[in-house]
Design a protein around this ligand. Structure first.
Ligand code: CP
Length: 315
């Protein structure tokens, strides 16, 4: 067993061999998911609760599908209709659910660190489905799986992450993961959306798309995270698209076989041209969504295995 974690709270605590273990198992689940019968019994008898305190399409749907394909009893908490609205705290909500003996808690929360805090109050495995600007580990893992399948490797690639780096947990998790796997990372965006701390991660920083995209293997675009902005970070969306939106002209700087990625949701005509997003020869955006189910199946399977082992050892 090369994956030793009790929770999946971020990419930061993971060893590269643990990342590889998740991706290897996810590869198998990706194959299973292309069969007509997609079931496995890895989580049979286990209870999975999904708690999303922020909107989600991809992450929530794929965690639910992943749990169901593995045989878990899956419950989606309707947070807008929960007692949180009556003033119950996150911790009291977690303790209440914990008393019902879930095995897996999947949590998305607008505050950085909230999922970590919650994991300290419950007995089950907790998976971070995105916390504030902090981390979105399963997104980085599904991005890594997509890159590995398309490029045949996950090391020594030139990868550009472009746009609103400052507010993006997707960027942060990807920077950590891709760095651990020894890739060369370039960050491209306006200085207002590019915190200097990322230079410490060994990233190269550009404020010019044509320069930054030169000869890259992977172009990862990011949405402007308006819900996390508390001021004017860009002059206008039109100006932003002109300078930082990915179009055919800017993409021509990348390698001929460079792939285009986007975690979604996308704002066409703001950070990416719609034709590029839909170009099946360049864009792997739909494959990212597909890999999302496989990665979440793998992560929950491995955490459940560790939980069973800990119980057998009386930990
Ligand atoms: N990429 C991502 O987290 O998408 P959702 O917000 O739709 O889950």
């Amino acid at each position: 067993m090369t994956f030793r974690q009790k929770h999946l709270l971020g990419i930061e605590p993971l060893h590269p061999t643990e990342i590889t273990a998740i991706l290897d198992l996810a590869d198998k689940y990706a194959d299973l998911n292309r069969q007509s019968i997609k079931h496995s019994d890895a989580l049979t008898g286990l209870t999975q609760i999904n708690m999303f305190f922020e909107n989600s399409t991809r992450t929530q749907a794929s965690f639910e599908i992943a749990g169901k394909r593995l045989g878990a009893d899956v419950m989606n908490m309707a947070m807008q209709a929960s007692s949180i609205k009556k003033g119950e705290t996150l911790i009291d909500t977690a303790l209440t659910l914990n008393a019902m003996h879930p095995d897996l808690l999947v949590v998305r929360h607008p505050h950085s660190g909230a999922v970590d805090l919650l994991s300290q109050k419950v007995n089950c495995a907790v998976l971070n489905a995105g916390d504030g600007r902090h981390e979105h580990p399963t997104q980085a893992l599904l991005d890594a799986l997509t890159i590995r399948r398309r490029k045949g490797r996950l090391h020594r690639l030139n990868i550009a992450i472009c746009g609103d780096i400052a507010h993006s947990r997707v960027a942060r998790s990807n920077i950590i993961l891709l760095g651990k796997m020894e890739n060369r990372i370039r960050l491209i965006g306006p200085p207002t959306l590019l915190p200097s701390q990322f230079r410490e991660f060994g990233c190269e920083v550009y404020d010019d798309m044509n320069e930054g995209l030169k000869d890259v293997d992977v172009v990862m675009m990011l949405r402007l995270q308006r819900e996390r902005m508390d001021g004017g970070f860009i002059p206008s969306e039109r100006e932003y698209y002109h300078r930082f939106g990915l179009d055919a002209e800017k993409l021509a700087n990348a390698k001929d076989d460079a792939i285009v990625m986007h975690p979604g949701p996308m704002n066409r005509g703001v950070e990416i041209d719609g034709d590029i997003a839909d170009d099946i020869n360049r864009s792997v955006i739909q494959e990212q969504v597909e890999m999302g189910v496989a990665v979440r199946m793998a992560a929950m399977d491995l955490l459940a295995q560790n939980q069973r082992e800990a119980r057998m050892q009386g930990v």
